[in-house]
Design a protein around this ligand. Sequence first.
Ligand code: COA
Length: 147
Amino acid sequence: MQIIQAGMEHCDNLLELNKTLHLDIPKFKWDTGEYITEEISKGGCYIAKDTIRGKDKFLGSISMKSYGNKGCIDKLIVDKNYQGKGVGKSLVNFAIDWSKARGKNELLIESFCQYNVAGFYKNCGFEQDKGLIYYQGTPFYCFSMKI
Ligand SMILES: CC(C)(COP(=O)(O)OP(=O)(O)OC[C@H]1O[C@@H](n2cnc3c(N)ncnc32)[C@H](O)[C@@H]1OP(=O)(O)O)[C@@H](O)C(=O)NCCC(=O)NCCS
């Protein structure tokens, strides 16, 4: 598996992958073409790909942001056909390396409670912050890890 920086040519692949994220909540924006185009143009969007029977397969994606001394995973998705095979953990390890390479000492991720993936982040070494934060009335968890 390779993790490469996403370009505009990956827009359709990302639109497809990001469908996995969709939640029926007010102002959900993370699966829209506008959001995806913007995140690619900012340069922090990466795709995990593999060659299977001679064809490129896009297994998942991760978007990274930077806040002072902290790296932040803005979005993490693994295609449902490839979940449970270690792709998500490899993308988190990529985020750790990405953040360390930029001099960060902490990695953050926020996740809507409805995704029910706290166990995944704890398994990857994150600690869950106390309390919840709300986006347009929808609760999400915050996780952090010293790196
Ligand atoms: C959450 C997600 C990124 C995990 O990726 P993945 O490739 O399926 O996970 P991995 O195979 O790397 O799992 C790593 C470990 O976490 C565990 N794990 C995975 N998903 C889990 C979950 N939902 N709850 C608890 N543990 C989980 C695995 O069992 C594995 O444990 P092991 O190392 O002891 O074998 C992926 O399921 C996904 O994209 N889900 C849909 C979109 C989503 O919810 N994204 C998160 C938005 S913030």
